[in-house]
Design a protein around this ligand. Structure first.
Ligand code: PMT
Length: 393
């Protein structure tokens, strides 16, 4: 995956620094030459010797250490890099990069490089959510840096929240996507849907589902990075939607109207959204009061977007199933007149709503099928787009 690539791996002072050793090892196994830069704080968490043993190269730990094969270290590393990956990246390092500082070997290298920079943050959740950190991330994104979002969960400091370093597979998939970027969807227009619809019951409540929008967003971002012009019809706000034309909706009816409009002139529609099949048949004007011993809800079917929206474009659907995955997906492939359906067993925790990864089977109109292993949602997206790129060429 990274054969003949030089990856500069920046490690900063987070408890997650130990995970950088695993990343370095995986990169070496995938064929990369890994040049490690460690900040002073990173060396408090993990010894340079570990990285030297794993990469077979002397990590650079200071601006002032004797240069090894690089003459002027920060410039040489910056020039040699095919990509700079900073994992884990602390709030402090992100802030310094956003300010354009060059007061240590890592920040100098980032400032001097023309290679893409991928940043995987890891920090306390309050630090991550702090407006200052978010503004720094937004500034770096607007300059073309790629961020690999941290995960939510229990953090080393004991707090629960978002800030845990993303899984190695997710970081490496992001690096792969940046390094091996294809441009095979240039000039194509693709409509993607993401998230779960919310069907109101009253002004404050709704019937909804657990879709986070991650699968749809991964598709939209991957299509954008492969050169397509992307309209994303979404029920959720996405952290990085730069370069995407986002249409925010809430209900199945709103999604239908938005998709109907967006597909005009489009080459493909990918429906990754979890659309409600039923909605409350009446919506109370005021908040429903408690007091009654029971409440009956009457539901009515929503419009089926894939069946309603007609046009000359490639049609890709998803099938989220809990039983008879392939049988049910095949029925939807035929019933909704799709070119491809992505059969998604949502009972497995790693391939369900909100997960970073997915394990799916691609079922094509001509009858052939392809089982994909468990992989990051971005990698699943790339596989679906590989099919689209060939189909549209
Ligand atoms: O968002 P994440 O947390 O990342 O989770 C991803 C996912 C599980 C939501 C995604 O991978 C997925 O499986 N999406 C489809 C969910 C779904 O609604 O499946 P379905 O089997 O109910 O619908 C089949 C297809 O018809 C889907 O493409 C759906 O978008 C579409 N549909 C469904 C209902 C409806 N009224 N109109 C539609 O067009």
């Amino acid at each position: 995956m990274f054969k003949e690539k030089t990856i500069v791996l920046g490690i900063t002072g987070s408890v997650a620094a130990y995970k950088a050793a695993d990343l370095a090892s995986r990169l070496v196994q995938a064929g990369a030459a890994v040049e490690v830069i460690m900040t002073e704080s990173a060396q408090k968490f993990i010894a340079p010797l570990t990285l030297r043993a794993l990469t077979n190269r002397q990590p650079v730990t200071s601006m002032w250490q004797d240069a090894n094969k690089f003459s002027i270290e920060h410039v040489s590393l910056a020039d040699a890099a095919d990509a700079v990956l900073i994992a884990p990246a602390t709030a402090n390092t992100i802030a310094r990069l956003a300010c354009g500082l060059a007061d240590d070997i890592l920040s100098s290298t980032v400032l001097a490089t023309r290679a893409p920079v991928i940043i995987a943050p890891a920090m306390n959740c309050n630090m991550y959510e702090n407006a200052a950190t978010q503004a720094n991330i937004a500034a770096l994104k607007s300059r073309g840096f790629t961020f690999v979002e941290p995960e939510s969960g229990r953090l080393a400091c004991g707090a629960e929240g978002k800030g845990r370093l993303a899984a190695a597979e997710v970081i490496l998939a992001a690096l792969d996507a940046v390094l091996n970027r294809k441009n095979d969807l240039a000039g194509r227009s693709i409509v993607v849907t993401a998230g779960g619809t919310r069907e109101p019951l009253d002004p404050v409540r709704y019937v909804g589902n657990r879709s986070s929008g991650k699968m749809g967003y991964a598709l939209a971002a991957a299509a954008r990075d492969r050169g397509a012009s992307v309209r994303l019809v979404s029920t959720v706000d996405m952290p990085d939607s730069s370069g995407l034309s986002v249409i925010r909706v809430e209900t199945a009816a709103q999604m239908l109207e938005a998709v109907r409009d967006a597909v005009k002139g489009a080459d493909a529609l990918i429906m990754a959204a979890a659309v409600a099949d039923f909605r409350p048949s009446t919506v109370a004007g005021d908040k429903i009061k408690k007091g009654a011993t029971s409440l009956d809800l009457k539901l009515e079917p929503t419009p089926d977007i894939l069946s309603e929206v007609k046009g000359d474009f490639v049609r890709v659907g998803f099938a989220a199933e809990t039983v008879d995955l392939i049988g049910n997906a095949k029925k939807k492939l035929a019933g909704k007149n799709l070119d491809l359906i992505v059969a998604n067993d949502v009972t497995a925790p790693d391939s369900s709503f909100g997960a970073e990864t997915n394990m799916v089977t691609l079922l094509f109109k001509d009858g052939h099928a392809e089982d994909l292993p468990l992989m990051p949602k971005r990698a699943v997206a790339e596989k679906i787009l590989d099919y689209l790129a060939v189909r549209l060429s």
